[in-house]
Design a protein around this ligand. Sequence first.
Ligand code: DX5
Ligand code: ZN
Length: 235
Amino acid sequence: EVTPKIAPSMLSSDFANLASEAQRMVDFGADWLHMDIMDGYGITPEIAITSKFNGHFVPNLTIGAPVIESLRKHTEAYLDCHLMVTNPLDYVEPLAKAGASGFTFHVEASKNNWKELIQRIKSHGMKPGVALKPGTPIEEVYPLVEAENPVEMVLVMTVEPGFGGQKFMPQMMDKVRILRKKYPSLDIEVDGGLGPSTIDVAATAGANCIVAGSSVFGAPEPAQVISLLRNSVEK
Ligand code: DX5
Ligand code: ZN
């Protein structure tokens, strides 16, 4: 009963031409546009490794509410926002005003306030989701899915958050299988390293929302990759 949602990650797009890149993906058959919002503490993976954690969630720095607001003026597409930030609560109102559709925060960044977060995301008309990093046990999201006021999507990271173009971690499929068995109608999103060579294992495990950055934007025919991803989820 879950439907496939193919979500090209705009992190791999040409940010200087974001509106036309978004339109291109919609024309190619994208269901959602995945927007990676990060609060960076370094500039490159090399710097990130040597720089000391200073309160930010990920090493990269990407876009925020002002860019979502600009893009919203050019597209009606569902903007699937993935918040890789330390204080997601601070972003709820700005992102809602900017026109975000989905608001997925990290469980690691919401230990003490996830109930308030979900409530505020919903009251602002967005779809709440929770994401978890590769090292975080799947059990940590159960309370959020089973809450009286629950999240409506779980995003299972299949790379360490921060950068596009990394290698898919197949070990994460155990999390997807467990979730799908427990929650047959839950939206389960996978993010990181998805493409023609990894989609089947993710789809078989039970993922239905597929984020794909470099595999879509790097393809000579992105539309073919998008339809291949969709077919794999549908079968
Ligand atoms: C990584 C981001 C992903 C990234 C995926 O932190 O959350 O959305 O854009 O890119 P690919 O598909 O290239 O791994
Ligand atoms: Zn993402």
